[in-house]
Design a protein around this ligand. Sequence first.
Ligand SMILES: *Cc1c(COP(=O)(O)O)cnc(C)c1O
Length: 393
Amino acid sequence: MKIESKTVHWGDRKKVGGFTPVTTPIYTAASYVYDSMDQLDRVFDLQEQGPSYARYDNPTRNALEEVMRELEGGAGAIACASGMIAIHTAILAALLDRPKRVLAANMMYGATTSMLMKIFDPLGVETTQVDPCDLAAFEKALNETKPGCVIVETIANPLLRVPALDKIAQLCRKADAPLIVDNTFATPLLVRPLELGANIVCHSVTKYLAGHGDVLGGVIVSDAANFDTIRTLSRTMGPVLGPFESYLTMRGIKTLGLRFERQCSNANQVAAWLAKHQAVERVYFPGLPAHPDAEAVGRLFPANQCSGLVAFEIKGADKPKIFKFMESLKMVVRATSLGDVHTMILYPAMASHRDLSPKHRERLGIHENLVRMSIGIEAIEDILADLDQALAI
Ligand SMILES: *Cc1c(COP(=O)(O)O)cnc(C)c1O
């Protein structure tokens, strides 16, 4: 079955009693009763599948985990209450019986970098940052630091660089360091990191997967070697997603293929249009021929699809000018997040990369005149018209 069909069908239609609901209901029960104590005993022991207590299993959440496991091609999945707690749990699991060292991409979601620096570091987990798009530097850092795990993003925040994930995975295998990939920006429609040799995939389902701006959630999908540890951690700590959010996420995933196709095609057009606009200094978009990682993009992504994110710099703009531009937008939503059906815009220096010092941002190339858009499913004419009138102000 093709992945677009799996998004529609997977996880649902479990028989309850004598009938089968077409979609999975929202199960709110905190605990579950079995006729025989022997059966409950087997369920507690994971010898038999079934819910016993909501921190361990919930049928609505399990349905979402099933579709995500299938979409990413993993051995198991855990749906979590946020993208951040999914990443946190994945790193904890990877490091549990390995050296307490992380090798991390130097360009990542701001909160992921903050988590490594402000939570893991004081606990004795040392992080080394490296440019994942510089394979020689990456291999050197890998060999020098001998990390307990490596973490990178498929499409890096916020300048949309695309590391050669297949080659990175190969190097990590050789170094025996599990590779965690944050696949939020790409979705499994673009890249399935486990198929390329990664070990654990995380998503913020808040973004493309749920897709409608009404859910906070995350998911971990893992290979067989790491899943038991992840599940044990999850059962102990309870980072799990609630049944209502699980339901909404699953409902969102059913239209992921359609939404993403439109978002990708709209983004291609917005990027090409911005690149020719006289008020625009520079456009960052993996689909542009001049993109520094064009080779990896061509090898890893399907033709003409590179997700719906477009970043760009406005000529000579300082913070007040950027604020004025953003306030002039009439349809595009000024809000933090991405992957929703509506087109959104954010100012990385104030939002996703707020926690970094101005110097650190500048070093990463996140300039004061940079904005990042997530292109929605609206008519392309309306998106371009809104940008055009705001850029003219
Ligand atoms: C949003 C995001 C996160 C964090 O997810 P939450 O659901 O907000 O906790 C992590 N990584 C990336 C790439 C994101 O875009």
